[in-house]
Design a protein around this ligand. Structure first.
Ligand SMILES: [Fe+2]
Length: 297
């Protein structure tokens, strides 16, 4: 590692609180226009997801997947700067050597700095979005850290109890039966807390907290790193086991405790049962493309 990238706040890495601080990831130069266009040019189109949205975050179905069509890298960047688009560049951790190394450097640094923190599974996506783009209400399966690099944005974080993220929906997020979707009511907003992010700042929220994002100004570039700690992985495996064991055996399994002999037995039973030929795993859901940028639809 060349130098520390993260000013971690004095607080601990408790999984139950929002963490904010400063970082120096942009000093690598990896997120400048030239680098972004080089990345757009060579990235697998299947992994460079283009979305558009309306201006009302209450209308979740206006957030739609599309395609860049034949747009060149420069045209795509201009379309993002001028429009209302959100590019989710998937698997950047595996697909981009420089950024993948940066993500490892950052997590290695956090493991050294933060007592007890271990990111045993790591991933990252690069987000490039329009000055007024929005990401609607949702929750992610892994834990997130949002490293903001360019532009200004506001992140709204909601409580993670049964009202805001029902257990069965979180199970479906973990099994990929749902594409991070959650039932949403406008009344939820009164319970959210907003955090403004400028370039060089990061935020992390409690694992699986529902959230949404409003961009405020400028081309927005953020790196979202995703991880599982050993505890987070046990939580994931417990939810996945609950869902499948209920389906396969009709058992009323709903406890979300992750430690102790019973949760361990459930996870072992799930791992054994999934190897039996003919036992169906949950079917993953994927969005369909609804527009193409080159058709100006
Ligand atoms: Fe998210």
């Amino acid at each position: 590692m060349d130098r520390p990238y993260v000013d971690w706040p004095a607080q601990s890495a408790s999984p139950d609180v929002v963490i904010r601080g400063r970082h120096r990831l942009a000093e690598t130069g990896l997120f400048d226009d030239e680098q972004l266009m080089a990345l757009f040019d060579r990235y697998d189109p299947e992994q460079l997801r283009v979305y558009r949205m309306g201006d009302d975050h209450h209308k979740l179905d206006e957030f739609q997947l599309g395609s860049r069509g034949e747009l060149t890298a420069g045209e795509l960047l201009e379309a993002v700067k001028a429009g209302r688009l959100w590019l989710n560049i998937l698997n950047i951790y595996d697909e981009h050597e420089g950024i993948g190394q940066l993500v490892d450097d950052v997590y290695d640094e956090l493991e050294q700095k933060v007592p007890g923190f271990r990111a045993v599974w790591r991933s990252a996506n690069l987000l490039v979005s329009s000055p007024r783009a929005k990401v609607y209400y949702h929750a992610d399966a892994p834990a997130n850290l949002l490293w903001h690099l360019r532009g200004d944005k506001r992140v709204w974080v909601y409580p993670r109890d049964e009202r805001f993220i029902p257990q069965t929906w979180l199970e479906k997020i973990y099994t990929r039966e749902s594409d991070d979707d959650l039932p949403y009511e406008p009344a939820f907003d009164a319970h959210a807390t907003a955090y403004d992010l400028a370039p060089g700042e990061f935020v992390g929220w409690p694992h699986n907290s529902p959230h949404r994002v409003d961009n405020l100004s400028g081309l927005n570039v953020s790196l979202t790193t995703e991880h599982y700690t050993p505890e987070g992985m046990r939580k994931r495996n417990t939810y996945v086991s609950n869902r499948h064991l209920r389906k396969w055996f009709g058992l009323p399994i709903r406890s979300t405790s992750i430690d102790g002999p019973v949760p361990l037995a459930k996870r072992l039973l799930f791992r054994l049962a999934r190897r039996v030929p003919g036992v169906p795993l949950a079917v993953e859901e994927h969005d369909l493309e609804k527009f193409s940028l080159e058709r100006h639809s």
